[in-house]
Design a protein around this ligand. Structure first.
Ligand code: ADP
Ligand code: MG
Length: 141
């Protein structure tokens, strides 16, 4: 298992519910470290660019509206097997299918308003981390 970095976004629905701490607790309980974090309000251009891979999907415009509706918390997580591990802690995209004990089971409302984002592979993790954080803002420890 490699020591990896992955990008987490606590989405506007979860920030509005005031569960940032609850989500960080679940991240830390899984032995992942927050090595960079910042609260931001995504612009439409940022949200469109971040989710460009989904631009042909029917939910793309709604997703961009949702992701720009309020502040988000972007973080870099680090740890052994961090990419797959965080996906497991997040749970299934549709919270109706998410396992007990996952972030989405605990906090997500529906398949769109699903509390968190996490990178899905080493290549996307590297791109997504760099999208929000210069190396100088990441504190590996
Ligand atoms: P994940 O976030 O689990 O990696 P995807 O990459 O497939 O899921 O989708 C990106 C985001 O787009 C989801 O987290 C969710 O907010 C939204 N989304 C995905 N599928 C749908 C859908 N069928 N209807 C509405 N929104 C969706
Ligand atoms: Mg995805």
């Amino acid at each position: 298992m490699a020591n990896e970095r992955t990008l987490s976004i606590i989405k506007p629905d979860a920030v509005a519910k005031n569960v940032i701490g609850g989500i960080f607790s679940m991240i830390e309980a899984a032995d992942l470290k927050v090595v960079a974090t910042r609260m931001i309000h995504l612009t439409e251009d940022q949200a469109k660019a971040f989710y460009a891979v989904h631009r042909e999907r029917p939910f793309y415009n709604d997703l961009v509206s949702f992701m720009t509706a309020g502040p988000v918390v972007v973080s870099v997580l680090e740890g052994q097997d961090a990419i797959a591990k965080y996906r497991k802690v997040m749970g299934a995209t549709n919270p109706a299918q998410a396992d007990n004990g996952t972030i989405r089971k605990a906090f997500a409302e529906n398949i769109e308003r699903n509390a968190v984002h996490g990178s899905d592979a080493p290549e996307t993790a590297a791109m997504e981390v760099a999208f929000f954080f210069p190396e100088s803002e990441i504190r590996s420890r």
